[in-house]
Design a protein around this ligand. Structure first.
Ligand code: CP
Ligand code: NVA
Length: 308
């Protein structure tokens, strides 16, 4: 078993900031936290939360995780701090890392997150950028591992926009050797650099497929995954995206083409009758709330390692 302190003081900006053995170590730890088999006390360590976008799950799961670890969080709302008035990131990062022990940031440009990490002397965690959502991918693969007990022969089909959530699923999937298929409309493919990096990691290059036909992408899939069509910051593209994503709804017809044992995941929040029908969302195939719960356990494991 990997020693937790291997990750001490590291940043978690991308799914690729962990090795596959570190991901498996976090899963083991997360399951132990979940089953209340371990208790780690961080002695009042402080997590600063900078959220330039809305959040329910990420914010609350980080707050509860810190509380369970005997630490605390500070909500650094950009509109009530000097961040919103344009104080440079490099100044904010140097100040905050003298108060906080770790900082989680949700923002737009991934380069802003990297700028925080460059100037912070404390670990920085990606709580979602336009490019990646690595904490989400950890909880997603933890949920899949709980369901299927290993990743052998698991096929994950993501149907939707190839942005942050899809990018992190591809990278984490590559680390874990899981077959990942992305079915997206033309023009909404995942980031080319992400695809390139994933192909460098996959031993079997056939395990990553980017296509534009959900109906063929779900054949033989064990996990069907969806995300909103219009992400935060894309509110003005809603009408256009609703049109372009027509045919990319996870409905019962699509589910019937997947494996019999297939489960359905969604990072949430969900818009019924857009990316997923209410029927599928509420069906027995749904592991969406287990997945949401696992955000807490996965992040508790991550924090306990970064701060150990
Ligand atoms: N899935 C997710 O990150 O949810 P929130 O936007 O509510 O944090
Ligand atoms: N792609 C979505 C994910 C929300 C958790 C967004 O960026 O809004």
């Amino acid at each position: 078993m990997l020693k937790p302190n291997k990750l001490a003081n590291k940043n978690f900006l991308s799914s690729l900031d962990l090795s596959s053995s570190e991901v498996f170590h976090l899963f083991e730890l997360a399951k132990n936290f979940k089953n209340k088999k371990i208790n780690i006390d961080l002695n009042n360590k402080v997590l600063g939360l900078i959220f330039d976008k809305s959040s329910t799950r990420t914010r609350v799961s980080f707050q509860v995780a810190m509380s369970r670890l005997g630490g605390t969080t500070i909500d650094l709302n950009p509109t009530t701090s000097q961040i919103g008035r344009g104080e440079p990131i490099k100044d904010t990062a140097r100040v905050l890392s003298r108060y906080c022990d770790v900082i989680a940031i949700r923002t737009f440009d991934h380069s802003n997150l990297q700028e925080y990490a460059k100037w912070s002397t404390k670990p920085v965690i990606n709580a979602l950028t336009d490019l990646e959502h690595p904490c989400q991918a950890l909880a997603d693969f933890l949920t899949i591992h709980e369901e299927f007990l290993n990743f052998e022969d698991v096929v994950l089909t993501f149907i939707g926009d190839g942005n942050n959530v899809a990018n992190s699923l591809i990278l984490c999937g590559a680390l874990l050797g899981v077959e990942v298929r992305i079915a997206c409309p033309k023009g909404y493919e995942p980031n080319p650099l992400v695809i390139k990096k994933a192909y460098e990691i996959y031993k079997n290059k056939d395990l990553l497929k980017i296509c534009h036909d959900p109906n063929t992408a779900v054949i033989g899939a064990n996990v069907l995954y969806s995300d909103v069509w219009s992400s935060m910051g894309e509110e003005n593209q809603k009408e256009e995206k609703d049109k372009n994503f027509n045919g990319f709804t996870i409905d019962s017809d699509l589910v019937s083409k997947a494996n019999k044992d297939a489960i359905v995941l969604h990072c949430l929040p969900a818009y019924r009758s857009k990316e997923i029908t209410d029927e599928v969302f509420e069906s027995k195939k749904n592991r969406i709330f287990e997945q949401a719960e696992n955000r807490l356990h996965a992040q508790q494991a991550l924090l306990s390692c970064l701060l150990n």
